[in-house]
Design a protein around this ligand. Structure first.
Ligand SMILES: [Zn+2]
Length: 298
């Protein structure tokens, strides 16, 4: 084995996943540690970089760069997470956190954008010029590629699909708005609504498994699918994508999600061909591999 390798870090709400990735995009070594919040989350990133930088040295691999992706509002040029509510972070310079450990270029990006880029270069959206990639986990964030270019918006804030209103006057979202897609259709939303309506706690995956014999599970899941259809019909009419890729934890429901969404989209779009709807190919590694792509460009 020879180098160089990049060091990729994906800061999730519960776990910081990191890896050494070779030039072909293959994972050479992995590390995972609980994220925590605030200063603890910063430490988790620092420790992850230390561990894997040491591992690269042990393996005799040259480290060419570090890519770190995070949820929240990111200033990519400065390498700063301006705000990430789940991490309890404001104005955290990830570039400085990493630079204190290793002396290589550091790139910082948004996790959903990185996941979309990885599916674009290595996964389900290879060769596409117009597609929507949605990461569906605790929340929902999208990566929008139009005409072969990812849309970033005025300040990098494009793609907040999870907070597009799909039910006017609907249930309150932690963001302060009402009727947001992720209230009904994220993994977190499905689980929370099932608890509120049934008094029983279940993961989104468990709710999906109960739909055939549990009326509350059926209602919650039907609402989730209906909200996905509304959001993706709007995306289709606005952007005319050739493909929609659903990734993240909830997309592991597979055909239980994709089948009804395809059927609903075909019914909702009376005069426009619906886009193809596919599951992510890279699964839970999408954002991590996207961070490795960022590192390579750093
Ligand atoms: Zn919201």
């Amino acid at each position: 084995m020879s180098g160089p390798v990049t060091l990729a870090v994906d800061i999730g709400g519960t776990t910081v996943k990191s890896a050494l990735v070779d030039e072909a995009g293959a994972v050479v070594a992995r590390h995972a540690t609980p994220t925590g919040r605030g200063e603890a989350a910063r430490d988790a990133v620092r420790r992850s970089v230390e561990q894997l930088a040491a591992r690269a040295q042990d393996l005799g691999l040259a480290l060419s760069g570090v890519g770190v992706v995070s949820p929240g509002v990111i200033d990519r040029d400065r390498g700063v997470v301006e705000y990430a509510s789940n991490l309890d972070w404001a104005h955290v310079s990830l570039r400085n956190v990493v630079a204190a450990v290793v002396d290589v270029p550091v790139a910082v990006g948004h996790d959903a954008g990185a996941a979309g880029d990885a599916e674009w270069q290595l996964g389900a959206a290879r060769g596409c010029r117009d597609f929507v990639h949605a990461s569906v986990g605790t929340g929902i964030a999208a990566s929008l590629v139009v005409g072969g270019r990812r849309i970033e918006g005025r300040s990098g804030g494009a793609g907040e699909l999870g907070h597009t209103p799909v039910r006017p006057g609907g249930e309150r979202c932690p963001c302060g708005q009402r009727g947001c897609l992720e209230v009904y259709a994220s993994g977190g939303g499905v689980s929370r609504r099932y608890l509120a309506l049934s008094g029983r706690s279940a993961t989104a995956r468990e709710v999906v498994e109960r739909v055939d014999h549990d009326a509350v599970a059926r209602r919650v899941w039907d609402d989730a699918v209906a909200c996905w259809v509304t959001a993706l019909a709007a995306c289709t009419l606005l952007l005319e994508p050739e493909l929609v890729v659903l990734g993240g934890g909830l997309a592991e429901a597979g055909e239980d999600l994709l089948g009804p969404v395809r059927a609903g989209l075909a019914e909702a779009l009376t005069w426009r061909e619906p886009p193809e709807v596919r599951a992510s190919e890279l699964g839970p590694d999408a954002a991590l591999l996207g961070a490795a792509l960022l590192a390579r460009r750093a």
